[in-house]
Design a protein around this ligand. Structure first.
Ligand code: ASP
Length: 641
């Protein structure tokens, strides 16, 4: 890795000096980012796109651009009349090739912002290789606002612009670093197929009809989960893949129907071993990709699921700022535990076993009535019945509609418990534990953002583990895996993988299984889930037991997961792994909030590609070949992102 880090720094492209084959071709001797003052006096030939053209009559200036940089070209009518004639015809985005002499620029005309800014190419010849229509947006202005649909329709022009170039190069460098660390650590890179049978990760499958076996379909993998486990049983020990995955779900800013995962699996490991490798790899990759960005804490902090929910109200906490959730329960009850705050909502919530918790928004005591109404409305939309608050004004006065219900001691105790200062605003939610965590957790993130509490440069990686194995699905009246149907269980919780009735097909929300904790670990970064993994169950009987709790009959599970279950009977090593979302990871390293910004050709919110116009209606013959007939749809298409 050290070598890679030295070679690839910041947003630079890889050095083009240690190539096996010389860059020089009949079109160019150098790239547009290569020539320096030390080249002055030599001849050179460059090819690229016309970034800008300035016509000063007898002198025409062209800024010539390629992926590597921009070089100024001067065409002097007196020296090169034919080239000058050609140059007067070129327009932005024409592709031209220019030969000439490298000349130092006059001191006052040097451009210190460009690495090539000390020189210019004095043209002797200019050839137009390709004309260009006026593009639908300015390629040479990275800040020009352009509608995203237009950007996606003309993605090849959008990618010509500097921001997309930088992001795709950052992505390439990151993937290179990922591969280097894995190969240096004994991982074998193996491609798994994408025409497979469903390997569920909780989303809908994309399916591909089979022509050779009419009436049957392949599923595109939601992940290579089963295949990588089978590779462990096959003895490959350490596997990795930059894997394309497909999930047919409604799209959001951090979701796409197809996306890329760093998928890995290791044999003869426990949770600590996988986490140790992934953490070291993550640090190496971050440093190779964005060496200038500090990592908040190494080793990464590790929280249990219960602890992060309690303290941050989220299982992917943003640790770049505090504003932790504060439990007010203990200061709202009498010494024998009776709720007695004087404010009925708090008292009845606590009496019913609910929670009263708060966050402190620093310096926000002066909020206007309207801002408070907006926050309250937001809390309601997130599921709370309301939002109470105490504003600690400068001078010590405590304001807020609930203040009159609470006696002075209670108010003081609440403020002390929150460690709030004058000028702060205490926001309080009283509800069930889940609602309180969710609402305050989201308000925490939104206010942290609004108050600028999170340093955008900092990378705050954090592990979360000890998730519950299962969640109760009230609609289907069964348990389902919180993460992965193959997750292992903490050894001390193995006995809990049963129903209260003792019969696997009669689950209830009170089953001991609901208390079992999984050998599951997630990695989060700056408030986003980067990915997760687990130590897997590797014994058939235990997996069958776990799958039964998830509502699978023995026949059903054989049909769905038969390959893995059968393989477990031929010697399965203990194994575990993880998958990290590459798109999300690059987006975070590139300081983007939308993964489309780091994907070359992403889909819109409605899952379409406006450039290729996909998806599209199949040829009539294709229906016939596949034995399919379209019977219509009631779902309208929208393309509003
Ligand atoms: N297959 C899981 C996922 O895609 C990751 C894993 O458990 O390795 O989320």
């Amino acid at each position: 890795m050290a070598a890679a880090r030295g070679r690839l720094s910041g947003y630079d492209t890889p050095a083009m000096t240690d190539q096996v084959v010389s860059l020089a071709t009949p079109y160019r001797t150098h790239t547009c980012g290569q020539l320096r003052a030390s080249d002055a006096g030599s001849t050179a030939k460059l090819s690229g796109w016309v970034h800008r053209r300035r016509d000063h009559g007898p002198l025409i200036f062209l800024d010539l651009r390629d992926r590597h940089g921009i070089t100024q070209v001067v065409i002097d009518k007196a020296d090169a009349p034919v080239a000058h004639d050609q140059a007067s015809r070129v327009r932005p985005e024409f592709v031209v090739s220019v030969s000439g002499t490298v000349s130092p620029r006059l001191p006052a005309t040097e451009n210190t912002k460009l690495p090539t800014g000390a020189i210019e190419l004095q043209a002797t010849d200019l050839e137009i290789l390709s004309d260009a229509k006026t593009p639908p947006f300015y390629i040479n202005d990275p800040d020009a606002p352009v509608d995203e649909l237009v950007r996606l329709k003309y993605r090849y022009l959008d990618i010509r612009r500097e921001p997309m170039q930088r992001r795709l190069m950052l992505r390439s460098r990151m993937v290179q670093a990922i591969r280097e660390v894995h190969h240096a650590n004994g991982f074998v890179e193996i491609e798994t197929p994408t025409l497979i049978k469903s390997t569920p990760e909780g989303a809908r499958d994309f399916i591909v009809p089979s022509r050779l076996q009419p009436g049957t379909v392949y599923a595109l993998p939601q992940s290579p989960q089963q295949l990588k486990q089978l590779l462990m049983i096959a003895g490959m020990d350490r596997y990795m893949q930059i894997a394309r995955c497909y999930r047919d779900e409604d799209l959001r800013g951090d979701r796409q129907p197809e996306f890329t995962q760093l998928d890995l699996e290791m044999s003869f490991v426990d949770e600590a071993a996988v986490m140790a490798f992934v953490e070291a790899m993550t640090i190496e990759v971050s440093k190779a990709t964005v060496p200038e960005r500090p990592i908040l804490q190494e080793p990464f902090p590790i929280f249990t699921y219960d602890e992060v929910l309690e303290r941050f109200g989220s299982d992917k906490p943003d640790l770049r700022f505090g504003m932790e959730l504060v439990d007010l329960g203990s200061v709202l009850v009498t010494s024998d535990g009776t709720p007695a705050s004087g404010f009925a909502v708090f008292d009845s919530t606590l009496a019913a076993g609910g929670r009263v918790k708060a966050i402190v928004a620093p310096g926000m005591a002066g909020v206007t009535r309207r801002e408070i109404d907006e926050l309250t409305e937001r809390a309601r939309r997130l599921g709370a019945k309301g939002l109470a608050y105490l504003a600690l004004e400068q001078g010590g006065e405590i304001k807020g509609p609930i203040a009159k219900f609470l006696d002075d001691d209670t108010k003081r105790a609440m403020i002390e418990r929150c460690a709030a200062d004058e000028g702060d605003l205490i926001l309080i939610v009283a509800d069930t534990a889940a609602v309180v965590a969710d609402v305050l957790g989201r308000l925490r993130v939104e206010l942290g953002d609004r108050l600028g509490l999170a340093d955008p440069e900092v990378l705050a990686y954090v592990w979360i583990h000890r998730f519950p194995m299962y969640q109760w699905d009230a609609e289907l009246e069964r348990w389902h895996a919180t993460h992965n149907p193959f997750s292992g269980v903490l050894p001390e919780d193995e006995a809990l993988l049963v129903t209260a009735s003792g019969e696997a097909d009669r689950p209830s929300p009170d089953d001991p299984a609901g208390r079992a904790r999984a050998l599951q670990y997630d990695l989060a970064l700056n408030g986003w889930e980067l990915g997760g993994g687990s130590i897997r169950i590797h014994r058939r009987a235990l997996l069958e037991q776990s799958l039964q709790l998830q509502g699978h009959s023995l026949d059903g599970m054989q049909e769905k997961f038969g390959a893995v279950l059968d393989a477990f009977e031929y010697g399965a090593p203990p194994h575990g792994g993880i998958a990290l979302g590459i798109d999300r990871w690059v987006a975070l390293l590139a300081q983007q909030t939308n993964i489309r910004e780091v994907m070359a050709f992403p889909k819109t919110q409605s899952g379409s590609d406006p450039m290729l116009e996909a998806p599209s209606v199949p040829e009539p013959g294709q229906y016939d070949e596949l034995g399919l007939r379209f019977v219509g749809s009631s779902k309208p298409e929208t393309d509003k992102d």
